[in-house]
Design a protein around this ligand. Structure first.
Ligand SMILES: [Mg+2]
Length: 410
């Protein structure tokens, strides 16, 4: 019986807004900054019918769905609900690995005698979330993380999709290659031209063909397409690092472009550390070059940090120790060597970090009041101008693959 669950809240931010303002229910709701530069954070299902999706510029979303109700994001409220959702997960197993505020992997192998099989546990979790929190989650139950994640997505919304060990091949075979992590708008057409359209095609193809096409990554997606994924569920308490990374369709050139990506990573890691009440002493940077060679550098700071600016600056200083003169296909930033927030505060007072934390709070408050992006870091605005036109825009990968976009490691 499959024992890995992937639980993902449906339209999480938008659903929380509906929960707090029931008059929004059933209407097209868009959560995001309403300013000219605003971006969609989340969209309710009625809004999605018009083609609105997250990460879309608000201007475009409003064109697609002019009668949508735009609500500024309230991150504090979402993390409050997120904690309640995760506490439901923890009733069924200590092995919970959060991927973001609203989704997690659960290993329930050892919970069976208490709560029933994977399907029964997924059902119980969905029911608890509905009855106690008034929200809807989708669940995938499978023998491993990769399949569980696809399964939860397939049932959405309010889904419960169970993939038995004996069904893995039938389940995966017909899926389009676009569902494979790292197969984007640039790689997919090449694959189609070689007659590779489904997971089955990838699973059957000769390793050297895929390797020739996309390098060593080809071998990895071939394993995934065959349903082979041996990654464990890493519970938060044992998390030794939090990292964010992205692979780009086109190689990044130059230090400025790279720094821009580090700022985005830093902001995601800072949010995650805030949610987990952590500060980090060690910061690492990872770069993968066009030829797939990899370089990583890390530094241990005198004082632990948790805010975006400090993480970002530490990352940038590490770039001085990397070759940034070549094309780069992936950038990553990581934080590790954690302390509970405030644990070190009693030992030494880092006035500068305090100042930035204050700034972070002010930005968060302004975001809550006026919409995300009201106050943007000047640096991010510049890089956005310099690099966003579609070609250079980073294509965030889904977390289907071994290197999820935002992940926790041991
Ligand atoms: Mg979700």
């Amino acid at each position: 019986m499959p024992g890995i669950l992937h639980i993902d809240m449906d339209a999480f931010y938008a659903s929380v807004e509906e929960l707090d303002a029931p008059e929004l229910k059933g209407k097209p709701v868009i959560v995001g900054g309403a300013s000219r530069r605003g971006v969609v954070c989340a969209a309710s299902y009625p809004a999605r019918k018009f083609g609105v999706h997250s990460a879309m510029p608000m201007m475009r979303a409003m064109k697609l769905c002019p009668h949508a109700i735009v609500v500024p994001p309230r991150m504090d409220r979402y993390s409050e609900i997120s904690r309640q959702v995760f506490s439901v997960f923890h009733r069924f197993t200590p092995l919970v690995e959060g991927l973001s505020v609203d989704e997690a992997f659960l290993d329930v192998e050892a919970s069976r005698s208490l709560f029933g099989d994977g399907r029964a546990i997924a059902q119980k979790i969905k029911t608890a979330i509905r009855e106690e929190l008034g929200l809807v989650a989708s669940a995938g139950v499978a023998p491993n993380k990769f399949i569980a994640k696809i399964a939860s997505d397939i049932g959405k919304p309010d889904g419960l999709c169970v993939v038995e060990e004996s069904d893995v091949v039938n389940f995966l075979s017909p899926l389009p290659i676009e569902r494979l992590w790292g197969v984007g708008p640039k790689t997919a057409p090449k694959m189609h031209s070689l007659g590779l359209h489904t997971f089955a095609d990838i699973a059957r193809s000769a390793p050297h063909v895929l390797e020739g096409l996309i390098g060593s990554w080809g071998l990895e997606i071939r394993s995934l397409a065959r349903g082979e994924d041996f990654r464990d569920v890493n519970p938060g308490r044992e998390a030794k690092s939090i990292s964010a990374e992205e692979t780009y369709e086109q190689d990044l050139i130059g230090k400025e472009a790279i720094e821009g990506t580090l700022l985005r990573h830093a902001s995601r890691i800072a949010q995650r550390m805030l949610a987990e009440n952590l500060e980090a002493r060690t910061i690492g940077v990872k770069l993968k070059y066009g030829d797939f060679s990899l370089v990583s550098r890390r530094t241990t700071l005198p004082d632990p940090v948790s805010d975006t600016s400090s993480l970002y600056e530490a990352g940038c200083s590490l770039l001085d120790r990397c070759d940034v003169g070549r094309g780069i296909r992936l950038t990553g930033l990581s934080a590790s060597n954690f302390l509970e927030r405030g644990e070190a505060r009693t030992l030494f007072v880092n006035a500068r970090a305090k100042k930035f934390e204050k700034l972070e709070e002010v930005v968060a408050r302004a975001d809550a009041r006026f919409g995300t992006g009201t106050i943007e870091r000047a640096r991010l605005v510049e890089t956005a101008r310099a690099t966003t036109p579609d070609e250079q825009k980073p294509r965030p990968l889904s977390d289907l693959g071994p290197s999820s976009v935002l992940r926790k490691g041991r």
